[in-house]
Write a protein that binds this ligand. Structure first.
Ligand code: GDP
Length: 203
């Protein structure tokens, strides 16, 4: 059974201090509008799994989905960053909070990042990568809305992003399209391997 297909909504939290205990989790981040909700729904093969509030400036929710691994394993949908309508100070504050979560969450075994394939590696994306880099945990990047690019431009973008991230060990990149449902098996293989390779907890 594909990893995400039987994902079920578990809980929503509004503050990082309220995060539940989990055995292992993979977080999903990206700039608002990059296609994260669509990707979640595509991965879960449902249409309204990720019905998050999209009102800019409202309390930003963190949604937990339980994965079908047989353990206490979760996918954590983090709020999108970079809303143009939100004042810079609030945007920065939220990025700092996300950064703290990414750097301190012990059960976080890997990070999924989504970027619009037409505008990859924006400033805040690079900040997220830099926040997470210190953890030495893997990152897998989905270049979303690949259907909006020609085949040639898809390959060019993929190569350019990979090249730009040469100095980031443990970062992998793929094309993804929710509209065409392409790239699903590739994400599943990467994230399944993360869960399979997880280190047992220390005593
Ligand atoms: P989020 O803010 O990151 O959760 O982004 P959404 O999933 O809401 O997507 C933002 C916009 O991009 C919406 O208008 C989607 O319909 C569109 N979109 C998302 N994924 C795709 C895709 O794979 N292909 C195309 N063509 N449009 C997409």
């Amino acid at each position: 059974m594909p990893l995400f297909q039987n994902a079920t909504f578990f809980t929503t939290v509004n503050h990082i201090k309220d995060l539940p205990d989990t055995a292992a989790e993979v977080a999903f981040v990206g700039r608002s509008n990059a296609g994260k909700s669509s990707a979640l729904n595509t991965l879960a093969n449902r249409t309204r799994l990720a019905f998050v509030s999209k009102t800019p400036g409202r309390t930003q929710h963190i949604n937990f989905f339980k994965l079908d691994t047989g353990g206490e394993d979760y996918l954590v949908d983090l709020p999108g960053y970079g809303y143009a309508e939100v004042p810079e100070a609030i945007r920065t504050h939220w990025v700092e909070l996300l950064g703290r979560y990414l750097q301190t969450r012990e059960s976080l075994i890997g990070l999924l990042m989504i970027m619009d394939s037409r505008h990859p590696l924006k400033d805040l994306d690079v900040r997220m990568l830099n926040f997470f880099r210190v953890t030495n945990r893997p990152v897998h990047i989905l270049l979303s809305k690949a259907d909006k690019l020609s085949r040639q431009d898809q390959q060019k973008t993929l190569a350019a992003v990979r090249h730009a991230l040469d100095d980031y060990p443990g970062v992998s990149v793929q094309l993804f399209s929710s509209s065409k449902k392409t790239g699903v098996a590739e994400v599943e293989a990467v994230v399944s391997a993360w869960f399979a390779d997880r280190q047992p907890p220390h005593d």
